[in-house]
Design a protein around this ligand. Sequence first.
Ligand code: BES
Ligand code: MN
Ligand code: ZN
Length: 496
Amino acid sequence: MQVNLAVQPFQDVDADALVVPLFQDEKPANSPLAKVDAALNGALSRAVDFREITGKRYQTAILYTDIRIKAPLVVVVGVGKKEEYSPEYARHVASSAIRHFQGRPASRVAYYVRSDRPAPAEVRTAVEGAIYGTYDPNEYKTQERETVQVGELILVGEGVSNSPELQQAVTVGRITAEATNFARQLVNEPANKLTPSDMVERARATAQEYGLEIEVLDRIRMTELGMGGLLGVAQGSDKPPYFIILRYRPAQPGNATLALVGKGITFDSGGISIKPAENMEQMKTDMTGSASCLAAIRALAQLKPSVSVVAALAMTENMPSGHAMRPGDVLTTMSGKTIEVVNTDAEGRLILSDALAYVQQKEGATHVVDVATLTGACVVALGHTATGVMGAPQDWVDFVVNTGRECGEKMWQLPLYEEYEEQISSKIADVKNGGGRPAGTITAALFLKKFVQESTHWAHLDIAGTAWAETGTRYRPEGPTGIPVHTLIDVAMRMT
Ligand code: BES
Ligand code: MN
Ligand code: ZN
């Protein structure tokens, strides 16, 4: 979707529709919408008086303008209570507005930026929400597809100008939301359409298009490096595993390198510790971590933060077969540490152990965010609302959580008390990959912690519950959410 700032009166914008956000119980005639109301001969006020629209959140009402302004249609969208307004709701509102055009032929839509909102923030969130709203999960439907056909969003209103600040808000919003939709597309792909080697192709295309360095390690190279965790999981599958590294370098690199480490299981059957059949199809989403990291670095290649960023994607399937790893097997990892595999379905932590070792040893990562659909226990603890966060030191964890909040991606920290550690102590190896049912999200993170150096700033995001929306909300319809792409981008942008 193209996004443009219109430095002309809203009456003159050549668009199929003008979207007007209305607060709950607002009286248009004496509010920042007075000019819109007047231009429509009071039609907005009448719609409010007749309670066709009350401004309740996400309510929409259509006004035909009778060409009193150039756009033939006004879509009034309810924003809810003024006191409750937040960037998150601003995105939802813009998304509902755009989704109104699903299956309708509107191609140019103007968006009225209210003068009582700070323009840069309002512009960025409107752009993000609108682009989120264009995401279409029905790529494989050949019939009955109702897509949003809006190709251009035009921001208009008294506060809108061509200032560099607003241009930047448009650019950042557009790039962030496009990256999020890109991740959603990847996550939505079934495991037969997105294998580890397909992911290599997507990563190469991304690197080529946006000017990122890329290196792809195959099984031979991984064997040389001793990546026994990743190779152990991969040995059950007929599809070759890949370890993909993408690098963004700023013009003047500083001392810090941020590594984004993604779990990339293109299908998680559980392996020999096979999962029950029910809902197993959802395990095509077990590569969401890797998709998020790829999407984030794609955005960063365009936004050019001043920090060096590396994305490391550990890609394989987890399948049962005659050559699959068995419960009881011991794996030797790149770090030198050994792991007793007590459950082949706890495969995420096995591949991440090598990915974490790699970014610290080979890429000089000082700061790490790893992203993984790691534990069913996290869905039990936090549901589909908040991502589980664990890590150290505390100020780094706080920074990530606070950034997430501002990006509309809720996160909640769980403690890494040392008492939990005995659950993953092994009788025959350095650590075992399952800690039983109690505190399953925490013991998984404590497992990862064994592969993180003291000096590394590390945050682990367990997105098992938040990667996929079971019931949709306005800018996150049912399906892949794209969480936590926005947060990853903003974390890098805020590091200096
Ligand atoms: N990919 C799953 C976790 C998962 C579950 C993600 C539900 C999304 C929704 C992970 O590999 C897994 O199977 N974890 C096991 C770990 C256990 C065997 C220690 C789990 O959570 O049951
Ligand atoms: Mn598993
Ligand atoms: Zn998994």
